[in-house]
Design a protein around this ligand. Structure first.
Ligand code: FE
Length: 239
């Protein structure tokens, strides 16, 4: 399998490109608008045909490249069924399969960071990796204080859904701020400081006590992402 993890340093976002082979069909997960050129370069150089661009959720910290990729490649744009974005060509349900040229992803509804977040399990009959968006991060978890976030739902999504995957399943989140690139379900069960040995009540207390500042791009990013990164009015770029 062809697998590329790409990084947007301004928002510490990971984007994933998957294809079964060079010259075949590909899909991308959580692309960032500023990195469009990089995606198009690797797609061209490897002779790929992009057929799906997926966002795990409406991001608040960067603008998505879904709309730009659709315009450039005619790919389908995919989000979970609860997404409020008005530009999505396919809305997946819990447990629905997304299949591209021999690569299978199972969509799993994992609310908590936002109320419309989905994760995607690679090779669902024998899971090898999971793309969690922001609900489960490496040694952390996505904030639960806006966009319909809910610490109780976050705990349920992580402990009852993601932690039911095999321990060896590789975890690929949408962000990392410390230089980690991947983890595993087993590692997070044992070493995630918010979850390992913690009760649901303790997790909720931790999340409710974070008091994080809003993301710098939030006021621009959320409305832009509801239009797949192509708002009808020009964006005022933040310094
Ligand atoms: Fe997020």
């Amino acid at each position: 399998m062809l697998f590329r993890q790409m990084f947007d340093s301004a928002s510490s976002t990971y984007t994933y490109l998957l294809a079964s082979r060079a010259g075949g069909e590909a899909l991308v997960i959580d692309p960032v608008k500023e990195q469009l050129g990089q995606y198009l370069t690797v797609i061209r150089e490897l002779g790929l045909r992009l057929v799906h661009a997926i966002d795990t959720h409406i991001h608040a910290d960067h603008i998505t490249a879904l709309g730009d990729l659709r315009d450039a490649t005619a790919c389908a744009t995919i989000m979970g069924e609860r997404s409020k974005a008005d530009c999505i060509s396919r809305r997946v349900h819990d447990n629905e399969l997304v299949i591209v040229d021999g690569i299978a992803l199972r969509a799993v509804y994992t609310p908590g960071h936002t109320n419309e977040s989905f994760s995607f399990v690679l090779n669902p009959t024998e899971p090898t990796a999971v793309f969690t968006g922001d609900v489960l991060l490496i040694r952390g978890s996505g904030r639960t204080d806006f966009q319909g976030g809910d610490p109780r739902q976050s705990y349920d999504s992580i402990v009852n859904k993601l932690f039911s995957l095999p321990d060896a399943t590789t975890l690929y989140p949408a962000h990392d701020y410390k230089g980690w690139t991947a983890s595993s379900i087993g590692e997070e069960k044992n070493f995630n400081p918010r979850l390992a040995g913690k009760t649901e009540a303790e997790y909720i207390e931790i999340m409710n006590g974070l008091h994080l500042p809003n993301p710098k791009m939030m006021d621009a990013a959320i409305p832009a992402n509801l239009a797949c990164g192509q708002p009808s009015t020009p964006l005022r770029r933040q310094g």
